[in-house]
Design a binder for this molecule. Structure first.
Ligand code: NAD
Ligand code: ZN
Length: 363
């Protein structure tokens, strides 16, 4: 097991990663004095497979629990489902000391975290991520929220969990497409902050795809460390440091949105976004062709897309303009000057962005 301390004064918490960490769930809840009654938010797929792994440690520590399942879809990140869950929570909470367990991927993590933030002006919650993407990204850092029809994550709060338990044995049932989506975020961490991790991934990416124990533990822990380091210095994205986590995300989101979130999942969208950010960095003379092609090669080897299929330039550009990261007329892109070194560029000429997109379209 590996432990990371995310230090945020009174809001500090641990991230525990490994195979078998879940066995200590009850003890951890007692140690943190979270309460006596666990309201576990999950979906049926995860509940059917893994509920038993939570029940044993909870029962052993004498903790009451109830499961609340939501639909297995991004649609669960909505105000409607939020209200439904809160009403059940209020019913369960009568005369109890309740806390919440977010047991699932990023959808469940974001929804449950948001409910924890607003119910009674804040109740404690734990993240138990069950996707690779959630282990390395969404479970850490306290960004919670739901979507509106006008866009994703428009309603939300910064609200830190009290503990993150990444039980890596839960990942074995993920589809290989979902594993690769998580790997895209892992590649992102390497590109923005850790050249050594990048070199490790160049050699060892098949081990991650095959969920090999030691490689997985190493990489998930390293990414959690990188993200924690950034959150510690810029918890609420005020200093601009947290922005680097958006590497590949501005154009990636536009591609996801242009495909109505059906054609490309988040990891695939940002894989394309990272290829494009590499290309734009090269166009602006920030990196060499060698660095650019190493990034593309790793993404391609990981089985992620490097060409955009079945979307028009017009649709992507429209989605790009709708993105909330676009401040007025000024665009802002996270680019790189080497692997492991980011640079934020404002006012990148639109023709450079368009040309890079056009060169990646494969209709
Ligand atoms: N809060 C943040 O900082 C942050 C960061 C990145 C992404 N996100 C959000 O996370 C969401 C995406 O998260 P995601 O990729 O985990 O998607 P997800 O939660 O939709 O999970 C993907 C799929 O995997 C299934 N699944 C989950 N665990 C499984 C398991 N162990 N075995 C088999 N199937 C399993 C789910 O039921 C779902 O069908 C998006 O809404 C995104 O906005 C948030
Ligand atoms: Zn992401």
């Amino acid at each position: 097991m590996k432990i990371i301390e995310l230090k945020l004064g009174k809001r500090s918490y641990q991230i525990k990663t490994g195979f078998g960490v879940i066995k200590n769930l009850g003890r951890e809840i007692r140690r943190l004095n979270l309460g006596t009654d666990a309201f576990i938010v999950t979906n049926n797929r995860i509940k059917l497979r893994y509920a038993k792994n939570l029940l044993k440690p909870l029962k052993e520590s004498g903790i009451n629990y109830i499961f609340k399942t939501v639909a297995d879809s991004e649609k669960s990140k909505s105000l409607t489902s939020c209200l439904r869950v809160i009403q059940e929570l209020a019913r369960f909470d009568q005369k109890r000391k309740v806390f919440i367990i977010a047991f699932g991927g990023g959808v469940i993590g974001d929804l449950s975290g948001f409910i924890s933030a607003i119910y009674k002006r804040g109740v404690p919650y734990i993240q138990i991520p069950t996707t690779l993407l959630a282990c390395v990204d969404s479970s850490i850092g306290g960004k919670t929220g739901v979507d509106l029809k006008f866009g994703k994550n428009l309603v939300g709060a910064f609200y830190q969990p009290r503990l993150v338990m990444s039980e890596l044995s839960f990942l074995k049932s993920l589809s290989s497409r979902q594993v690769r989506a998580g790997l895209a975020e892992i590649i992102k961490y390497a590109i923005i902050k850790d050249k050594k991790l990048f070199v490790y991934l160049e050699k060892n990416y098949p081990k991650i795809i095959n969920l090999q124990k030691r490689a997985l533990e190493h990489v998930v822990n390293r990414c959690a460390q990188i993200k924690s380091g950034i959150i510690q210095r810029d918890e609420t994205e005020e200093k601009g440091l947290r922005t680097i986590l958006n590497f590949g995300h501005t154009l990636g989101h536009a591609i996801e949105a242009a495909g109505n979130y059906q054609k490309y999942n988040h990891g695939e969208g940002i894989a394309l976004g990272m290829v494009l950010a590499g290309q734009i960095s090269k166009e602006l003379g920030l990196i060499s062709e060698n660095v650019r092609s190493r990034i593309e090669n790793l993404i391609k080897s990981a089985g992620l897309p490097v060409f955009i299929k079945g979307l028009s330039l017009k649709k992507i550009i429209e989605a790009y303009y709708r993105d909330k990261k676009f401040i007025g007329e000024i665009n802002r892109l996270v680019l790189i000057r080497d692997i492991g070194k980011t640079v934020i560029k404002q006012n990148v000429p639109l023709n450079i962005i368009k040309d890079s997109l056009a060169s990646r379209l494969n209709l």
